[in-house]
Design a protein around this ligand. Sequence first.
Ligand code: KG4
Ligand code: ZN
Length: 357
Amino acid sequence: MRANYLLIEIASMKVLGLETSCDETGIAIYDTENGLLAHKIYSQIAQHAEYGGVVPELASRDHVRKTLPLIDEVLQEAGMAKNQLDAIAYTSGPGLVGALMAGATIGRSLAYALSIPALGVHHMEGHLLAPMLEESQPEMPFVALLVSGGHTQLVRVDGIGEYRLLGQSLDDAAGEAFDKAAKMIGLPYPGGPQIAALAKQGNPQSGLKFPRPMTDRPGLDFSFSGLKTAFLTAIHAALDEERCDEQFKADAALAFETAVVDTLVIKCRRALEAEGLKQLIIAGGVSANLRLRDQLEKQLRKINGRVFYARPEFCTDNGAMIAYAGAQRLMNGQSSGLSLSIRARWPLSELPSIKAS
Ligand code: KG4
Ligand code: ZN
């Protein structure tokens, strides 16, 4: 990233955000003066469901089909013409390379045609900043729990681009664990919302209990693969004994969800205490989980802490978070130049601080 546009005189910007890193095409326009003007999300979930997970080639092709029509729709919703846009932000990683290429190519080309700057945005920075689109926002510094299908990370946030990794999953991400557990009991992808819905029918007194991995030792790292194995073992045992009925599955879903949530809550509290901070942001698909929100609210109240999160549609992948995150950097003169740099993997800590620009 480099500062190659002089924006000193610009008081506000209308930024078009494009998110195409996985299986959602998210398009939005964020105005740094008036907030979010319009946003649309097209989910490909139905197309991938029969394969039990995201098929990268299908995802890329669908982003190519949907991005331009959705850009027209958000422009219409915002009552704007293309030439009223001041900049374009597109997700440039981490994610599926073909899917990222689709959004980046369209975003970069459109910016070139309009002679406006474009910026490649880090998908997880987008998630991290999504709660800033809501009315109730934390002040920096705070701790962020990033919980998506590909990431489970605790990060100390001192400013935009000032991120220090405090802990992360050593194996599966929390969302991935939900997805795999759901698959084991025949629920469709994505498994998180499916497990959460089934868990509502579960009996808390069923006696089923799964481990809270790595909570019995110090540190802020996570591991969810053992929990997944414990879940599978319980399902196999119930199948062998012919008691794997709908009630058993619901009890197992509840025990699984509770184990993941308890583990996340214990580590969040520990991270806040270690950093001497009181504010926590939760972001990414799993932050839509109501049990997680509820438990964090209860547990953090005990230490005078507060949890902040985005509305459910901005917890999972969306264009608004990319438009917002991009706007913060573009306003500081950062942009990506003409060449495209797409990254399947991209540590959050490599991002430059906006103070540096
Ligand atoms: O952030 P996201 O939309 O995509 C990635 O960047 O990965 O997160 C998707 C993940 C999936 O694993 C999905 O199962 C999980 O978030 N998820 C949930 C819930 N809603 C989505 N997990 C638990 N409870 C939910 N309500
Ligand atoms: Zn995501």
